[in-house]
Write a protein that binds this ligand. Sequence first.
Ligand code: NAD
Ligand code: IPM
Ligand code: MN
Length: 352
Amino acid sequence: MKNAFRVAVIGGDGIGPEVVDAAIPAIERAARIDGATIAWERMPYGADHFLRSGETLPDSAFQRLQNEVDAILVGALGDPRVPDQRHARDILLGLRFRLDLYINLRPCRLLHPDLCPLKGDRKIDLVIFRENTEGLYLARGRSSNVGTPEEEQIAEDVHTAPKVTRIIRAAFEWAKAHGKAHVTMADKSNAIPAHHIWQRIFAQVGEQFPGIERDHYYIDALVMQLVKRPEQFQVIVTNNLFGDIISDLSAQLVGGLGVAPSGNLHPGKVGLFEPVHGSAPKYAGQNTANPMATILTGAMLLRELGLAAGATRLEDGVGQALAAGIRTSDLGGKMGTAEVGKWIDDRIRGSN
Ligand code: NAD
Ligand code: IPM
Ligand code: MN
C-alpha cells in the first residue's frame, strides 16, 4: 500500500496562510498513525502573487496539481485589493471546474453541545452534497447597455442530465456506504422550470437505492427546516448556488465557519480540500482565526488518501480541544490560531 504522499498547499489570502500553517503539523502527525508520510509542496498563488506578477494559476502549476500530487489543500482566496476577485475565480473555481471536482462535500457535525445556537440538546450530523461544476457558477450569460439606465445582466442557470445524475448518485452512494436512511434534495422547481430536472433524476436515481428514503424541499422551506429541526437531515443534495448558501447556514448550526470543513472530489482524481470559510480579511495576520475548520479539512483529506485512523485522530483532537476550552475567540475562547493548532498536535503526539 502506498504510504508516501505529496500534497500541494495553496495558503492563499487573508487568514488562509495562518490556518494552513497551524493545521499542517497536526495533519502530518496524524498521517503517521497510519504509517504514512506527507511531503508538502507549497504554492504561492493568491492575491499577492497576482498583484506582483499578473499571474493567477499558471498552466505549469495546473499540470502539477492535476498529475503530480495526491491531494490539494487550500486555505482561502479573496482579497479586497482585487475587487473582481479574478484570481480567486481562476484558482478556486478554476480548479473545481478544470479538475471536474463535481462533488463539494460539506459535513456539519455538532462536536460540542455548546457550539449550537439552537435551544435544547441537539444532535446535528448532516452532510451537504453540493453540485460543483455547473448551475449559475458557469457564469454563462450576457449583458447589454452596461452603465446605462437600460442595463441588462443575464445569467444562465445550467443543469444537465449527466451532471445532475452524478451528484445525486454520489449522495445516494455515500448514504448507502455510511448507513444513512435518508437523502434530501432541494431545488426551486416551483419557480424555476429549469430545476424540474432535479426532481425527475432524484426519483430515477433514488429508485435504485430501495433502502434509502427520499425527501424533497424547496430551498426556502429547507433553510427554515434546517433551523427548526436540523436532526431530520442526514444527506442533502442540491445545486451549486443553493449548496453554497446552505453551507454557511449549516456551519453556523454547529459552531460557525471556524469549524466547517469541505472536500472537492471526483472519485479517482486528485481532490481539493479547503475550509468552507473565506479569507476573512479583517482578521488576517492577527493569529485569531480558528484553525479547526482546516484541521477537520485535513481529516477529510487523510480519509480520501485511505488514512482513516489518522483522520479519526484529528477529529477526536478537535473534539478534545473544544471540550478542554482550547478555543479561539469565535468560539468564546482566548487562544490564538497557532496555539490551538499546537495543542491539537501535542494531543495527537501524546496519544501515539
Ligand atoms: P469569510 O468566510 O471570509 O468570513 C465571514 C466571517 O466569518 C468573518 O468575518 C469571521 O467573522 C468568520 N470567520 C470565517 N472564518 C473564520 C475562522 N477561521 N475563524 C474565525 N472566524 C471566521 O466570508 P466573507 O467575509 O464573505 O469573504 C471574505 C473573502 O473570502 C471574499 O473575498 C470571498 O470571496 C472569499 N471567500 C473565499 C472562500 C474560499 O476560498 N473557499 C470561501 C468564502 C469566501
Ligand atoms: C465557497 C466560496 C466560493 C463559492 C467563492 C469564494 C467563489 O463561497 O467555497 O463556499 O461560492 O463556491
Ligand atoms: Mn461559500
